[in-house]
Design a protein around this ligand. Structure first.
Ligand code: SF4
Length: 435
């Protein structure tokens, strides 16, 4: 029996890649298992964004090697970000005992390596065309693009995933249509710079599409025409590519009422050193445009503290940006130097751990206070919830604003959209009653 176990680390993109790996392996006759000790093909889909994530991989591989000593036919494979950025082979040497070490784009070669298909058959596969095996019936992550050309100085992605590659419009539409036919309700488009999508097959856009001057906005319009699809979301756009046409497309009816717009810093000098190609002022302007297009839209960001040379004043500019843009949430990170990145070569990681921690905590505090305040506006109102879980009589799911909502309900509500009246708002959860 062929059994695989996948451990996924990192972002949504990696989660979607793991769904692709699962789909691919199931097409080869593999079945998934829930514990590594039950598998004979163990895969870690790695993240390289922080050193801690890479250190964790070393520990996991050591544990798996101990399992293998009791089970000789076990294969250990590493994919995701680590192989892609390991040009020098340093990481491979650091983690011995791994049988397969491949970038996610090389997934189609897996059968060859496993000696289960001959070399000719690999020509039929392309990473972007591999069908994912999804855990949820109602929600899907759809990759529209992989790789990145931006080279933010702190980031490993351009090395790990290579240059930007866009999926054909026709493939994206087919994947979404097939998902919706089977009961799918919500789609999240994934790409490293998702709003820089450029369709390789622009002739596939409908003639009546009003957004043809911007392929990403035009894609949103096409998806809005799919009957049965209820909610559309995307992550993550880059402020430098956000334009008036995209702002207009946010008004489309299936668009979620939440946008995640990474900012990273509120200080222009830090943004310049990060090679983020927008200024604080431009970011603020974009958020204003978004709120003009859709006044109730919740806005979230990624923010980083402790980047090389960041002073107290520069950090305060990030705090100010948070308040000025009245953000709903931010995913806050402490800068972690990654070998091989332009920042590691050009700058000193000279903000101490203690200062990074203190700044991160300060930012978290502001975020929590603001989230609590902003969530109060939902008290007394009715929100639409796509139910994801129901355990012991408590159902939960996200509203269109991506707020987690809990309410009393039955398991048969899972994978449906219900209306819930909110009676209590906390920082990270709204509590309500189904109506
Ligand atoms: S846009 Fe910047 S942060 Fe995002 S994947 Fe590309 S290089 Fe990395």
């Amino acid at each position: 029996m062929r059994r695989y176990y996948i451990l996924t680390m990192g972002c949504q993109m990696n989660k979607n890649d793991s769904e692709r790996i699962a789909g691919f392996l199931s097409s080869l006759g593999y079945v998934a298992v829930e514990r590594p000790e039950d598998g004979n093909l163990l895969i870690i889909n790695t993240c390289s964004v922080r050193q801690a994530a890479e250190d964790r991989v070393c520990g996991i591989v050591r544990n798996w090697q101990a399992l293998r000593r009791q089970k000789t036919n076990m294969i250990i494979a590493i994919t995701g970000c680590m192989p892609g950025r390991d040009e020098s082979g340093k990481l491979r040497r650091r983690i011995p005992g791994v049988d397969l070490w491949f970038g996610i784009d090389e997934l189609p070669r897996l059968p060859v390596w496993l000696k289960e298909l001959n070399v000719e058959q690999e020509k039929n596969f392309d990473y972007l065309n591999i069908k994912p095996m999804r855990e949820s019936h109602s929600r899907a992550f759809i990759t529209i693009q992989t790789g990145c050309n931006n080279f933010c100085t702190y980031c490993v992605v351009p090395n790990a995933r290579g240059r930007e590659r866009n999926r054909s419009l026709i493939d994206i539409l087919n994947e979404v249509r097939n998902f919706v036919v089977k009961g799918g309700l919500e789609v999240t488009l994934l790409g490293q710079v998702v709003n820089h999508y450029i369709a390789p097959d622009p002739e596939s856009f409908s003639k009546e599409n009003p957004f043809l001057s911007d392929h990403f906005a035009a894609l949103l319009w096409e998806l809005n025409q799919i009957a049965g699809l209820e909610r559309l979301h995307f992550t993550a756009p880059d402020p430098q590519y956000f334009n008036a046409v995209q702002a207009e497309a946010l008004k489309l009816p299936k668009q979620m009422n939440y946008i995640h717009l990474p900012a990273q810093s509120g200080d222009n000098e830090i943004l310049r050193k990060m090679n983020r190609r927008y200024t604080r002022e431009q970011y603020v302007e974009i958020v204003k445009k978004i709120r003009v297009a859709r006044p109730n839209m919740a806005v979230g960001a990624d923010l980083m503290v402790g980047f090389c040379g960041e002073t107290d004043e520069q950090f305060n500019n990030t705090l100010d940006l948070y308040k000025e843009c009245d953000l709903d949430i931010s995913y806050n990170a402490k800068y972690s130097e990654r070998s091989g990145t332009p920042a590691a070569k050009a700058f000193k990681d000279d903000v101490s751990r203690e200062i990074k921690k203190r700044r991160w905590e300060e930012l978290q505090e502001i975020m929590e206070a603001q989230a609590l305040r902003k969530n109060q506006i939902y008290v007394g109102s009715i929100v639409e919830v796509l139910v994801e879980n129901c355990e012991q009589g408590i159902c939960s799911g996200n509203s269109r604003e991506m707020k987690l909502v809990n309410f009393l309900g039955e398991p048969n509500l899972v994978d449906t959209i219900v209306r819930v009246k909110i009676f209590e708002a906390k920082e990270w959860v709204l509590k309500g009653k189904i109506i």
